[in-house]
Design a protein. Sequence first.
Length: 302
Amino acid sequence: MEPMSNSNGSPFWQVVLFAAALVFLLWEIWRGWRAGVVRSGVSLAAIVFSSLAGYTVARIAAIPFGGFEGFSGAMVGLFVGGGVGLAVFIFIWVLGALLFKRTEHQEGSLIRLLWGGGGALLGLLTGLIIVWSGISVVRSLGALAEARVETRQAASKSPSSLANGLVTLRDSLEMGPAGQVVRAVDPVEPEVYNLLLQLGKLSGDQATMLRFIQYPGIQAVIETPRMVELVNNPDIIRAAENRNVFAIMSHPALRAALEDQAFMAKIKKIDLAAAMEYATNPQPSSAGSKSGPALHPDTSKK
């Protein structure tokens, strides 16, 4: 995918972003010096192990929903894996804070120098990891905000200042030679940002959502008796209205659907990228007419 447009970028905000990253790195070095080599090492280990634990749990949690490659699986995986990762990080960090001494509590100048110097080095490494992750966060939020801005402009409405601000930050980060370095070190694939942009358009525009539902693969799932049963279940409807994700995930009807191999096979066959492309790039009327009748499945049959 081609690099995103930097038309909204600002040299001033690029300087601000890079200056903020530099100040944060200096602060992490100072914090690492004070904490000492062992505490800083534990903090770094907490980031690594919590990330690994969260990623592993996310992949496992996504399996019943078609895997991490599908939208449903990715959302469930991120929700469950993120919670596990946060819990692991807090546990390891608190354990390190309780068990090990700071630099100022060490005896002897040489020991304090080595203890603090090692902590400063690990603090720098921790700061680089966090800044590295922050690049992905800014670019991800910018992609979602860009979708909202485009949707609002297409509807002849003024985008919110927050959405415009996020797009400006993203474009500023990607400007010029520095932006090329940012894109090169970003661990997230460009296709992910493209998917986020399409998801933003999908969630912010009713017509785009309608075309997404029209996609043949989506229709094949909507028309199954299992899906009809789920969307008409009063308990699930009530939980969705209350945004009670746990109640939805633990509902017997959903568990039964997940154990239905035929139903899961249809979900796994959905080409999410093709469905997004179909929704966000309207085709000529001849293509849309083929899926038109599928817009109103007969939900009375099970």
